[in-house]
Design a protein around this ligand. Structure first.
Ligand code: HPA
Length: 281
């Protein structure tokens, strides 16, 4: 796709969303990852669009990814919710990540909370728990920002020193501490998938400094930072990574444990979003 193609699709996508939403646009967006769609049940939805109604948005294909954009409040805070994302392993490229995140920017979104399901590499972080992403390692060998740069959107060589906003992460910790939910900081490593990793890969990732492994989030984080949206990342730890426990890994287990972590996530998110909304006014 050319820069002009992407600009036009982003403009059309933003219009499609604005046309359907009567109130003011929220300034905060949350992307819900695998097994976390249940979080949307806690949202009082005022506007709902299927991704198929929004130009350039992907029709998700993995179980647990609905393909819905919602606008609605949780605990009194208005939020735009992305329920569903495209994964690199689906083989559909990453243009839709560019389009979705830049559409958020066009709508005036200032902060984006990225959630995912991830395997834990850290014995101190048990399945069922949550991890605040402090940094990431992009192991995919690719990047949605490859291609001509749109200088009107962001710089050719974007800085990633603080890809996950420090101040917002502090606010997230304050929320978790107040509620009494354990939340550790950790480094997320993105593997391409679709297979779960081998035990040798997991040992290598630990040596590289990773605490959790997953197959998403990094592309969205890169595009958001590039266009000036501040990012918060939360992993729900669904399993111990390959070789760290006796049981083989399955998508079903990921979904099941993700639901448990999801219950804690709703509580932390709701409190965090309230604080975030207040702090940015
Ligand atoms: N590896 C990669 N992705 C994952 C995992 C894992 O162990 N668990 C949930 N998503």
């Amino acid at each position: 796709m050319t820069l002009e193609d992407i600009r036009k699709i982003v403009k059309d996508a933003a219009k499609a969303i604005r046309d359907r939403h009567s109130g003011p646009m929220p300034r905060i967006a949350v992307q819900l990852g695998s097994g976390l769609a249940g979080v949307a049940k806690a949202v009082k939805t005022t506007t709902e669009l299927s991704y198929s109604e929004i130009p350039g948005f992907p029709k998700p294909s993995v179980e647990g990814h609905a393909g819905l954009l919602l606008i609605g409040e949780i605990g009194g805070t208005e939020v735009l919710w992305l329920q569903g994302r495209v994964h690199f392993y689906e083989g559909r490229g990453l243009d839709s990540v560019l389009i979705m995140i830049r559409t958020l920017k066009a709508l005036g979104i200032e902060a984006l909370v990225l959630t995912n399901a991830a395997g834990s590499l850290n014995p101190g972080m048990a399945p069922g728990g949550l991890m605040a992403i402090s940094d990431h390692i992009n192991l995919t060998g690719t990047n949605p920002l490859i291609g001509p740069n749109d200088d009107a959107v962001g710089p050719r060589f974007p800085d990633m020193t603080e890809a996950y906003d420090r101040r917002l992460r502090k606010l997230l910790h304050t929320a978790a501490d107040d509620i009494g939910i354990e939340l550790n900081d950790g480094v997320y490593i993105m593997a391409k998938g679709p297979n779960f990793e081998t035990p040798a890969e997991i040992r290598a990732f630990r040596t590289l400094g990773a605490d959790a492994v997953g197959m998403s989030t990094v592309p969205e984080c890169l595009v958001a930072n590039h266009c000036g949206i501040r990012v918060v990342g939360i992993s729900s730890l669904t399993n111990l990574a390959a070789g760290l426990s006796d049981v083989p890994l399955t998508h079903e287990e990921t979904m099941r444990e993700g639901k448990i972590a999801g219950e804690n996530l709703v509580v932390v998110l709701s409190d965090f979003l309230k604080r975030l909304d207040r702090s940015s006014r």
